[in-house]
Design a protein. Structure first.
Length: 115
């Protein structure tokens, strides 16, 4: 069993920055990937960034060059650094972890970009 807890969301002005955190506890067996999704009101969930097998990273085209995914193994925590935020980035952000064929999700944290 895996538990994921996100933090760091909030209200920020366009052009600002936020850093989301995802603290993990529980099983670390057979972790295939970790990452972030987001879901805006009335829209489908969108994959934002992923760390695959702890090595390679992938980003949605809409966030490339602005968002950076990273992790601190000592703290068992994953981060999403978000810079140059835009109103279209407003969404609930969820972290996930894939252990084998099973996905675990955090509860989500709201990010609102508005002046």
């Amino acid at each position: 069993q895996v538990q994921l807890v996100e933090s760091g969301g909030g209200l920020v002005q366009p052009g600002g920055s936020l850093r989301l955190s995802c603290a993990a506890s529980g099983s670390a067996f057979n972790i295939i990937a970790r990452g972030w999704y987001r879901q805006a009101p009335g829209k489908e969930r969108e994959q934002v960034a992923t760390i695959n097998n702890g090595v390679s990273t992938n980003y949605a085209d809409s966030v490339k060059g602005r968002f950076t995914i990273s992790r601190d193994n000592a703290k068992n925590t994953m981060y999403l650094q978000m810079n140059s935020l835009k109103p279209v980035d407003t969404a609930v952000y969820f972290c996930y972890q894939r252990n084998g064929y099973r996905y675990y999700w955090g509860q989500g944290t709201q990010v609102t970009v508005s002046s």
